[in-house]
Design a protein around this ligand. Sequence first.
Ligand SMILES: Cc1cc2nc3c(=O)[nH]c(=O)nc-3n(C[C@H](O)[C@H](O)[C@H](O)COP(=O)(O)OP(=O)(O)OC[C@H]3O[C@@H](n4cnc5c(N)ncnc54)[C@H](O)[C@@H]3O)c2cc1C
Length: 402
Amino acid sequence: MAAKNDTILVVGGGLGGAAAALALARKGHRVRVLEEAAEFGVIGYGIQLGPNVFSMFDKLGVSEAVLAESIVPDAILMIDATDAGLIARIPTGASFRQRFKRPYIVIHRVDLHRILLDACKALPNVDLVPLAGVVSYEDIGDRVRVTTQDGRAFDGAALIGADGLRSSVRTQMLSEGEPRMIGYVAHRTIVPMAELRADVHRHEVVLWSGDGFHIVHYPLRGGALFNIVAVFRTSTYAEKGDTEAYRAELNHTYRDSHPSMRALIAMMDLGRRWPISDRDPIRRWSRGHVTLLGDAAHPTLQSLAQGACMAIEDAVCLAEMVDRSGGDFSAAFRAYEDARYLRTARVQYESRYLWDNMYHLGGLEREVMRRSWEDRTEQDMFQCLGWLYDGMALPEKRGAAA
Ligand SMILES: Cc1cc2nc3c(=O)[nH]c(=O)nc-3n(C[C@H](O)[C@H](O)[C@H](O)COP(=O)(O)OP(=O)(O)OC[C@H]3O[C@@H](n4cnc5c(N)ncnc54)[C@H](O)[C@@H]3O)c2cc1C
């Protein structure tokens, strides 16, 4: 049994790792976050967050700060890439608020990260260590030791691998292959709203859906910025190209799409490309005093825009289970997995389903899909999303009154 002042190691200071550190520290635990980058939380584009994440933010004590940096869009729209016809509309205004109690927001990832990191820095029991890329760990009974790229060793009572899609902790724990590449890539750009020349909705989250490609866009930072994500299928998904090759590929892929989409594509900064990957869901992602969190545990396609939300839910759930276990980390990690695996697996499976059967259809399949969505009412939409947006219920405390 470990005492609260014994350090818990977190590998990775992304949104999941930062949330885990904050959640554990708020419960009085001492936490050390080892991040391979030179600086925490500097890279980022826009991110959408569902209402389910707000009860987590309440527990982390950051809801107000997050809201102050967010935009609540008017609606989420799905639009056909050829004729700009509306396929589906989820209103995110008053009726959404009434149904789900909390808002749907978009925020700059850097702003969200800063809020979590500032809250960590304000606590005496969080130690943020940059330039600490972890290469391996050793589970030595009641303790865990990690080794970094530069040969340093850090000891702790337990280890949380929050090191993302290509987690080194997961690689060692589960001895499996690389994540599943699905043949799609993403490019992301933020442009000043004042320079936006495309005739597009500026107050909504918009998803243009095409045959093997899509674009998502929405405003950020009080409407001063505009976030664009272009995703498409390509045989070069595993290759590294240069900007010119990427430009030619995008121009070809989006050649028959709506003029507004092509105007957005022309604005894309093509300096970096993200191959899209996920993994099959699993039930168990802990061994002894070592567990995983966020993308390291259950990486998902971004169709539901919930990967970061799931990482933050994990963080709060994990801290609660650790706190309840009185220092028995194996029991805490087992309880955390039990509480999380079905919900996170559902996000992974439903994201795959939407990716293949809604976002990227062509031809007749597309026409059928469009027709089938036409009759859906606002209530239908809300009902479909209830399991997700109503949020995560923490397991009852043993012995608690019903
Ligand atoms: C195009 C795109 C759009 C998305 N949009 C949304 C959205 O709108 N809403 C949403 O909720 N989710 C979205 N996601 C998913 C979301 O980005 C991820 O699910 C989320 O960032 C996972 O957080 P994480 O902390 O688990 O991992 P990461 O954010 O990947 O953080 C991992 C951290 O670990 C560090 N690290 C890695 N290896 C090591 C190591 N060996 N040692 C030490 N540190 C290490 C990394 O530097 C990084 O800081 C999107 C994803 C993509 C690709």
